[in-house]
Design a protein around this ligand. Structure first.
Ligand code: SF4
Length: 199
């Protein structure tokens, strides 16, 4: 089974609880104004990877406690992500999933692939990015309409800590000199960081 992805990050500390692998899928029909990742909208971008390859990379890669699916829109590739998430859960890993769709829309659709992805998800963050409600005060969220849904008790202990867990950004310097950033930060934070770096 194949996935169209924008990138696979084998290890991150900013895309969900703890230390995780992260899969950013390619393709999003929701197209929120102000989206920070418009390069993930087209289904023609990115590259193909099989679920088998990803399972192998994650289990043989850096030690992580789980996988995060973000986008793009994960529910547009729900069947393959449910398969990947299910196989990783059998190995004891957790699954966190983002969606620009609200949970009620996903449930009302009653699609097998969407239900299957919900079933393997421990923590869902739902809702489109709304630039008029932009708010980076909660971890992993970009706007105040987005909600946390704890489907299992795996991360239930975080429920009362969300207001004092800040959003974070990770900067990685690649061996070829490219700078890679993921996570959430304000433009002002980024300007401050890069101004400091070039001083
Ligand atoms: S759902 Fe996510 S990836 Fe899609 S347009 Fe909105 S913010 Fe961007």
């Amino acid at each position: 089974m194949k996935l169209r992805i924008h990138q696979f990050i084998p290890f991150t500390r900013v895309e969900g609880p703890g230390e995780r692998a992260c899969l950013q899928v390619q393709g999003c029909p929701i197209r929120c104004p102000g989206c920070a990742v418009p390069f993930t909208w087209s289904t023609k971008g990115g590259y193909d990877v099989t679920v088998d390859e990803l399972v192998d990379k994650i289990l043989k890669g850096p030690k992580v406690e789980g996988i995060t699916f973000l986008g793009g829109e994960p529910f547009e590739q729900a069947e393959a992500l449910a398969e990947l998430g299910g196989r990783l859960k059998e190995e004891g890993l957790s699954v966190m999933t983002f969606s620009g769709y609200v949970l009620e829309h996903i449930q009302k659709a009653n699609r097998k692939d969407w239900n299957d992805l919900l079933k393997v998800t421990d923590l869902l963050i739902d809702g489109p990015f709304q630039k008029e409600n932009r708010d980076l005060s909660r971890p992993w969220c970009g706007s105040s309409n987005q909600r946390y849904h704890f489907f299992t008790d795996r991360y239930l202990h975080l429920k009362n800590q969300l207001t004092n867990t800040p959003n974070r950004m990770e900067i990685t310097l690649k061996p070829d000199g490219r700078v890679f950033a993921n996570g959430m930060a304000t433009i002002e934070d980024l300007e401050g960081l890069f101004n400091d770096l070039i001083k």
